[in-house]
Design a protein around this ligand. Sequence first.
Ligand code: NDP
Length: 472
Amino acid sequence: MEATRRRTPHSANGKRAEEEEQTAQWGRAWEVDWFSLIGVIGLLCFAPFIVFYFVMACDQYQCSISQPLFELFRGDATLLSIWARAPSFTWTAAKIYAIWVAFQVFLYMCVPDFTHKFIPGYVGGVQDGARTPAGLINKYEINGLQCWLITHALWFLNAQYFHWFSPTIIFDNWIPLMWCMNILGYTVSTFAFIKAHYFPTNSEDCKFTGNVFYNYMMGIEFNPRIGQWFDFKLFFNGRPGIVAWTLINLSYMAKQQELYGHVTNSMILVNLLQAIYVLDFFWNEAWYLKTIDICHDHFGWYLGWGDCVWLPYLYTLQGLYLVYHPVQLSDAHALAVLLLGLVGYYIFRSTNHQKDLFRRTEGACTIWGRKPSYIECTYHSADGGLHHSKLMISGFWGVARHFNYTGDLMGSLAYCAACGFGHILPYFYIVYMTILLVHRCVRDEHRCSSKYGKDWKRYTDAVPYRLIPGVF
Ligand code: NDP
């Protein structure tokens, strides 16, 4: 079966110069200014150390992020002494990680989705992605939910019956595993960079900015693939990182049980709320094909290394913290966290669902019991074709332009608040998510404004706030 197909333009408007100006900006077409370049180089150099710092602070300083700095300042420690105390690479961790990644590749490539045949409402199997700037529509094998279910079933079977390995295996090898994940993250990003130059999957969808650091970090190829079906974005975005997320949390929970003889309600909350988020991701994997990561971002270090290292380490900091600080929340606190998490999740999911429904039915649906209002837009794709689109101004999309991010942020805050108020480290996640999603807002709006021109202006006039009505 063909894994991609090319769409013909709907029509042409005949205004060549205007078209070229617009199409040149379509997709992820940022000029590399000095500010961006400094940020890119800074991230390439320091991001691995940020991850190391947090994990090392838990391992050596009971999750205090100020203590290592004080010791360095007072001269009680040096960078080298801190580095030397951290566990290093081990072949055991390398074996665990190699088996893990190989197993996920096997599930992704060799087990076509069968869950959609018996789970009502679930969309799996071969699905179309969004149209790329060059006009291609890629096909994807959506089997993430199945991979997640098989992996977790095996995890529980092992914990209950087989006992091939301890459920604390991830925690016990956490820092050695970090080196392995870095090796994979850098290998994948470098491979994608070289591939884009010498054997791109689709050269028309490549974007070279002329700056090597920017190209390496933000990616050149749009949808790099090996063969017809091994799609780098889908695989690395979803698995092994997001499948691992819930297993990592389970490993932390098992460690709490092993160390203290019980599991705290905060640990249960973190496991529960994050599991809902992860399951939601896989349940909606087909929808995910239409999100910015797949639709607009190119595949470089930002996605490759980010998915292999940043996500598994920094998205799971709350559980790690709770192993070192087993916080037992009062009932009121636990209930407040649960409510915040569930309301955040509801807003996040409903907002995304509303847009999906609206776009799928081209507006022929009901949102909050009414026919949705929208703004008609036109734009040009890279092949010069004129296309039509609609921007909804009803439901949550009429409350703010990115209310799905607001819901996501509420959920993120709930994970952090589950850890109590003893330390700042577990709150890193909400700080990071706020930066990520605000930056994403700006990036997305820059792109939408280039894409839709004055139609976008009409939309922002109708819905003036981005995240919080009346504030931002
Ligand atoms: P969105 O799902 O919000 O998609 C933005 C796109 O939707 C725009 O580019 C535009 O695309 C279209 N659009 C914008 N406004 C409207 C409207 N009013 N009506 C119809 N379509 C509109 O963004 P993301 O892909 O960034 O996010 C998807 C979800 O993933 C979010 O809920 C986010 O919170 C979550 N997320 C989570 C991350 C994490 O690390 N936990 C990271 C990133 C995202 P078009 O060109 O088609 O018009």
